[in-house]
Design a protein around this ligand. Structure first.
Ligand code: RTP
Ligand code: MG
Length: 141
C-alpha cells in the first residue's frame, strides 16, 4: 500500500449539523492525517468547476446549489491507501444505501445532501487537491 493524498470536503449539511469534528475524528481514527484544511464559502463558479465532470447531468444545478448553500471544510488527507480508505469511510453516494457505520449512513439524509466528498481516483485526487490548495498550504507531518 502506497502513501497517498486525497481531497475530502465536509459538505454544507454536515457543517450545519456541527459534525465537522466527529467526521474528522473518523479520518484520524482510521489512520489518515489532515495535512491541509480550510473552511470556505464556495461561489457557483468554484463549485461548478469542481464538479465539471457532472456538468451535463440532470442533477448538476441542484448539486451546485447545494454546495453553495453554506460553508464547507476542505481538507487534504494523507495515509496508506488514502483514496480508497476515505471512500470506504464515506459509504455509498446515496445514504440510504450506505453501509452501517459509514459517515453517510450516520450523518447524511439524502443523495443531494450527503455530508462528504472524497476523490475517487489518483487522477481526481491530484486535480482536486490543486483546485483548492497551493503547494505551500499543504503541511506534511
Ligand atoms: P462526491 O463526488 O460528492 O464525493 O460523491 P460521489 O463520488 O459518491 O458521487 P458522484 O457520482 O461523483 O456524484 C457527485 C454528487 O452528485 C450528487 N448526485 N446526485 N440525483 C442523483 O442521481 C445524483 N447522483 C449524484 C450527489 O450529491 C453526489 O455526491
Ligand atoms: Mg464523485
Amino acid at each position: 500500500m502506497a502513501t497517498e493524498r486525497t481531497l475530502s470536503i465536509i459538505k454544507p449539511d454536515a457543517v450545519a449539523k456541527n459534525a465537522i469534528g466527529e467526521i474528522i475524528a473518523r479520518f484520524e481514527k482510521a489512520g489518515l492525517q489532515v495535512v491541509a484544511a480550510k473552511m470556505l464559502q464556495l461561489s457557483e463558479e468554484k463549485a461548478g468547476g469542481f464538479y465539471a465532470e457532472h456538468k451535463e447531468r440532470p442533477f448538476f444545478k441542484d448539486l451546485v446549489g447545494f454546495m453553495t448553500s453554506g460553508p464547507v471544510v476542505v481538507q487534504v488527507l494523507e495515509g496508506n491507501d488514502a483514496i480508497a480508505k476515505n471512500r470506504d469511510l464515506m459509504g455509498a453516494t446515496n445514504p440510504k444505501e450506505a453501509a452501517p457505520g459509514t459517515i453517510r449512513a450516520d450523518f447524511a439524509e439524502t443523495i443531494d445532501a450527503n455530508a462528504v466528498h472524497g476523490s475517487d481516483s489518483s487522477a481526481s485526487a491530484e486535480r482536486e487537491i490543486a483546485y483548492f490548495f497551493s503547494a505551500d498550504e499543504i503541511c506534511p507531518r
